[in-house]
Design a protein around this ligand. Structure first.
Ligand code: FE2
Ligand code: FE2
Length: 264
């Protein structure tokens, strides 16, 4: 499987369109999951953005703290089975926190999205309890389970993966937009990476033009943060999983440049 880090704006969607079909073949991918929380000009996701992402070859889209930034997201929450939002919202929140993906020739794959609470706004439920309960619920149906843990703190993400070691196939973090180099398979067979990075313009501060971000830090005054344009990368992580046992066999970071931007 390939998991793709936060898709940021039109450059991120372009990167998927041009790079993903080739990667699907080259890497022999069976399943592609992508975080889409920044797909709409850096903030949130619309049904049009989701359609574009699915048509590039993504099977399931996960989300994060930018979930509500586009009001049209309600259509995805209400009607799109391939769209998963953080599971630790209150019980009556629209949408779903997990899905079981059934593809021809593959075991059922449970996909869960959760949001961290350390250094993050919002009062969501405890993600450790929410995820543990969901893993128990999905376990009998899905031998392979993947968690996108959308969180700021490395410690919270590592702790989540440690708690789940041996119960899920992989835990991959998102939200910081910076790809980490700590990929590992824990003793119980759970693959882990603290952060998958982001898919979009890397000549930036985590996807936005860097100049206004620097000004914001210098002046403490509000600024607009347009999505940047250059050095577009598709970032994520490839994980090989034994479909019978659900244990991870290998994990490797992916960072592919959109050819037009390869020269600089
Ligand atoms: Fe993000
Ligand atoms: Fe986020």
């Amino acid at each position: 499987m390939l998991f793709i880090g936060d898709i940021v704006g039109a450059p991120g969607r372009e990167a998927l369109h041009w790079l993903l079909p080739g990667l699907r073949k080259e890497l022999g991918l069976d399943v592609v999951i992508a975080n889409g929380e920044n797909a709409a000009d850096g903030r949130g996701i619309t049904p049009e953005n989701a359609a574009e992402i699915f048509s590039a070859g993504v099977d399931v889209i996960t989300c994060g703290d930018h979930l509500w930034d586009q009001k049209e997201v309600i259509e995805l929450l209400d009607g799109e089975q391939r769209f998963v939002r953080p599971i630790n919202y209150p019980a009556d929140t629209p949408g779903q926190g997990s899905v079981v993906l059934e593809l021809d020739g593959l075991p059922p794959i449970g996909i869960i999205n959760a949001q961290g609470r350390v250094f993050m706004r919002g009062e969501l439920d405890n993600p450790f309890h929410a995820v543990a309960d969901e893993v128990k619920r999905l376990g009998p149906r899905a031998p392979v389970i993947f968690l996108d843990f959308h969180a700021e703190a490395t410690s919270e993400k590592i702790a989540m993966a440690r708690m789940l070691d041996g119960q899920v196939s992989a835990v991959v973090g998102t939200h910081t937009h910076v790809q980490t180099a700590d990929e590992i398979i824990f003793p119980g067979g759970t693959a882990f990476l603290c952060d998958a990075g982001f898919t979009g313009p890397h000549d930036s501060v985590i996807g936005r033009d860097w100049e206004p971000v620097v000004q914001k830090f210098l002046t403490s005054q509000p600024h607009r943060f347009p999505v940047a344009k250059n050095r577009v990368l598709l970032q994520g992580v490839q994980i090989e999983i034994d479909g019978a046992t659900g244990k991870a066999l290998s994990i490797a970071r992916v960072s592919e440049a959109l050819p037009a931007f390869k020269e600089g």
